[in-house]
Design a protein around this ligand. Structure first.
Ligand code: HEM
Length: 152
């Protein structure tokens, strides 16, 4: 089992669980609980991001090692997941910003989209993890800095 991708995937899942409960609590009118849970969700998302970027730079990204027949499907799915994660991250930051500026009308609007996108990012991330490390393990990885400087 690869520690870093397992840890970072777990962080996305935990973050999404916090966001789900955070949403539930604002619908129930519990503003303080909403704020706390969403900040925890953001913290786990940030942890994911730091681990992911460190891994990309120092270890590298893992190549898909499954059958050729589903390789294209995997890459389209990966693109979809990366799109969701990036959109969710950016919208999440805007949502937090709007909350701290107390622009709650806008926060409510953008927050809904941010939460939905993040709730979709988590399961698609788990699916990528399962395809890359559980079902078809053993893909090679090269760190970005090695690729840049041509060191082998
Ligand atoms: C990225 C993190 C966050 C997300 C994704 C998020 C998401 C949401 C969503 C979806 C709603 C609307 C719920 C509904 O009407 O169904 C909402 C409302 C609200 N949020 Fe957040 N939220 C976040 C962080 C925060 C923070 C940090 C605060 C406190 C400073 C906060 C304060 C509020 C308040 C006061 C409302 C109610 C607004 C109103 O009634 O008009 N939120 N949020």
């Amino acid at each position: 089992m690869q520690i870093m991708p397992t840890f970072s995937t777990l962080c996305i899942v935990i973050s999404a669980i916090f966001v789900g409960f955070g949403w539930y609590h604002i619908v129930k009118g519990n503003r303080q609980t909403h704020e706390k849970l969403m900040l925890w969700g953001a913290g786990f998302a940030l942890t994911f991001f730091i681990v992911y970027v460190s891994r990309t730079v120092f270890v590298g990204n893992t190549m898909f090692n499954g059958p050729q027949s589903i390789k294209l499907f995997y890459h389209i799915f990966l693109f979809f997941h990366i799109g969701l994660a990036t959109t969710g991250g950016v919208l999440g930051l805007i949502t937090l910003w709007l909350a701290f500026k107390k622009k709650f009308m806008k926060h409510r609007k953008i927050g809904k989209t941010a939460a939905i996108v993040w709730l979709l990012t988590a399961p698609t991330g788990v699916a990528v993890y399962v395809l890359l490390y559980i079902l078809y393990p053993g893909g090679m990885s090269e760190p970005v800095w090695k690729v840049i400087f041509g060191i082998h």
